[in-house]
Design a protein around this ligand. Structure first.
Ligand code: NAD
Length: 365
């Protein structure tokens, strides 16, 4: 069996508590002979600042660049609110995204049957929901230049952000979406605002061109504002949705909330395939932050972190079967009525972080 290297960056707050459950899971799958992962741990965020005065050390950046996948917990906390801007905890995550070239952000929105009642939408609209939003992460209006506020001299100011995309940026994210859709329902919605934005016109043109290489994919165009409406009206019509950085930021948060708690939401960020090996750089992390309000109490929900690890199994290592079994184990413990505080429901059993992790591992057999 091939040996794969994982670089674990637990970070701050609950990051260390939820990463401990992934470490137990890795030890289990290795012991069973299902995987052969080697792991190394590093520091990121506030914990790296305390140790090295930076949000991630050069040595740990080297390890992240050399690993087959990076598994990231969460960073931040009040303790580091007043550290210099360049070394604030989030700078560690931004550096990782930039240096690993992670341009594709994958945000699944999966509604486990046992939690369908907890959604803000009607149960029948969300039960069985399984959407994957593919968001462009390194371009668009968050990075385009000029980006400035200028004084107009008449007591007024003018703010400018620039939405800019080049065709190669659109082409590569479209191909990620099509590749992923080929492993799922083979249906992609591409969301933009081509009715009012030139970047939307180019987006649509390039996405359609790339689709020519994927004859089995059903491609639909949707205006981003309509996508927002459809997500809350009839979310199950979607399989994969691909969109730019700004619309993806908003649409992925809206889709995520259809499924309940922040503590349930995994994510992955992928880079371009290596020209020689075809392997992509990748970082897997829960969507939530370091939850300082509950850190150190052993009550955090480890499911988003464990589900992020399942995404690594699927997308970095092609272990589709094992990824599915981990996801099924999560679903099974929820069916059994086990709940951490954030997803607690009447009649269920409240458990802590370690108990939830142990129960998921036990379901794997
Ligand atoms: P948060 O996601 O940390 O917490 C929001 C709320 O959700 C809190 O009430 C928290 O207790 C709860 N929550 C989050 N994850 C949970 C889990 N796994 N189990 C149970 N409950 C959970 O967001 P915040 O409070 O806005 O930010 C806290 C810190 O995290 C800040 O320093 C912020 O900058 C940072 N942050 C980091 C990341 C990241 O590392 N990617 C993302 C968001 C926020």
């Amino acid at each position: 069996m091939a040996t794969h290297s994982l670089f674990l960056l637990p970070g701050d707050g609950i990051g260390t508590e939820i990463m401990a459950e992934v470490e137990k899971l890795i030890a289990h799958t290795n012991a069973k002979g299902w995987t052969d992962f080697t792991t190394e741990n590093g520091l990121v965020g506030g914990s790296a600042y305390d140790a090295h005065g930076v949000a991630i050390s050069e040595e740990d950046m080297e390890k992240a660049l050399g690993a087959d996948a990076v598994i990231f917990g969460a960073v931040g906390g009040a303790k580091w609110d007043s550290v210099p801007y360049e070394v604030r905890p989030e700078a560690g995550l931004l550096r990782l995204r930039k240096d690993l070239g992670l341009f594709a952000n994958l945000r699944p929105a999966i509604c486990y049957s046992a939690l369908a009642e907890a959604s803000s939408l009607k149960k029948e609209l969300v039960e069985g929901l399984d959407i994957l939003i593919v968001r462009e992460l390194t371009g668009g209006v968050y990075f385009g230049e000029p980006k400035e506020i200028t004084e107009l001299g008449n007591g007024q100011k003018r703010a400018v952000d620039t939405q800019v995309y080049e065709s190669y940026e659109i082409d590569r994210i479209a191909r990620v979406a099509f590749d992923l859709a080929m492993t799922r329902g083979k249906k992609v919605h591409s969301a933009d605002k081509k009715n009012v934005m030139k970047s939307g016109v180019l987006w649509d043109e390039v996405v359609r061109q790339a689709a020519g290489d994927y004859p089995e994919i059903e491609l639909y165009h949707i205006l981003a504002d309509n996508a927002a409406m459809q997500l809350v009206r009839n979310p199950k019509q979607f399989d994969v949705m691909v969109t730019d950085n700004l619309f993806g930021d908003i649409l992925s948060d809206a889709a995520a909330m259809l499924t309940g708690s922040l503590g349930m939401l995994p994510s992955a960020s992928l880079g371009a395939p290596d020209a020689q090996t075809g392997k992509r750089k990748a970082l897997y992390e829960p969507v939530h932050g370091s939850a300082p309000d509950i850190a150190g109490q052993g009550v955090a929900n480890p499911i988003a972190m464990i589900a992020s690890f399942a995404m690594a199994l699927r997308y970095s290592f092609g272990m589709i079967d094992l990824a599915g079994r981990v996801e099924k184990a999560i679903s099974d413990v929820l069916e059994d009525g086990l709940r951490t505080g954030d997803i607690m429901q009447d009649g269920c059993k409240r458990v802590g972080t370690a108990e939830m992790g142990d129960a998921i591992i036990a379901k794997l057999g």
